[in-house]
Design a protein around this ligand. Structure first.
Ligand code: S6P
Ligand code: ZN
Length: 189
């Protein structure tokens, strides 16, 4: 049977800013106070205003978390800034179902996608407007803003991926992205 109906989409995405609007868009924020233990320099961390915004996430989660076969879509905006020499960045995670992959892509600004495999080998890929990143199975991922303007990136992931934040909270990544002589560098740590 044919429905003969034409409707407007329930959600929209502003292509230039990644901004999501419409039904059921989830918004969350991470301020300095939410990121204790994420950055290496505790003294620098303790000097910052606890309410300062580091990043925000918008997401469209159309099916219940854990549903096989669904997809989620999100936009993350990381403010420019550093804690000591380390750039503002996301907490980072493995997926709870660690073999589930994800796409990231750059929308605005300059950044670095930091990746770590299950042998704790860490590497990074440059992010810029239009950069595309396939994050394969068993790879932890976090993003740092290396520029002077907000870094905006998109993400699409599987609804039964879940998030394992505990592994990174306990053991971190094996490399940290710091600014040395004005340039981003991955160092042990
Ligand atoms: C979800 C996806 C992103 C991140 C967001 C914040 O799988 O990777 O939406 O949740 O970039 O990062 P994090 O590490 O705090 O979740
Ligand atoms: Zn993820």
């Amino acid at each position: 049977m044919m429905h003969n109906s034409i409707s407007e989409p329930s959600q929209s995405l502003q292509p230039e800013s990644g901004y999501l609007q419409g039904e059921g868009i989830m918004n969350s924020e991470k301020r300095i106070k939410h990121l204790k233990g994420v950055f290496g320099d505790d003294d620098a961390f303790n000097k910052l205003d606890l309410e300062k915004l580091v990043y925000k996430v918008q997401a469209h989660l159309p099916v219940k978390e854990g549903t096989p076969g669904g997809l989620y879509f999100g936009t993350t905006t990381i403010q420019p800034g550093k804690i000591g020499k380390e750039y503002f960045m996301t907490r980072g995670h493995f997926h709870a179902n660690a073999d589930r992959a994800e796409y990231y892509w750059g929308v605005q600004g300059d950044g670095m996608l930091i990746l770590m495999d299950s042998n704790r080998c860490t590497w990074a890929e440059r992010m810029f407007p239009g950069s595309l990143h396939y994050i394969g199975s068993f790879i932890a991922h976090r993003v740092a803003n290396t520029g002077k303007t907000p870094l905006i990136f998109g993400a699409c992931w599987i609804s039964d991926a879940g998030h394992n934040y505990e592994e990174i909270a306990s053991n971190g990544f094996s490399g940290r992205l710091v600014e040395i002589e004005g340039k981003p560098k991955l160092v042990e740590g």
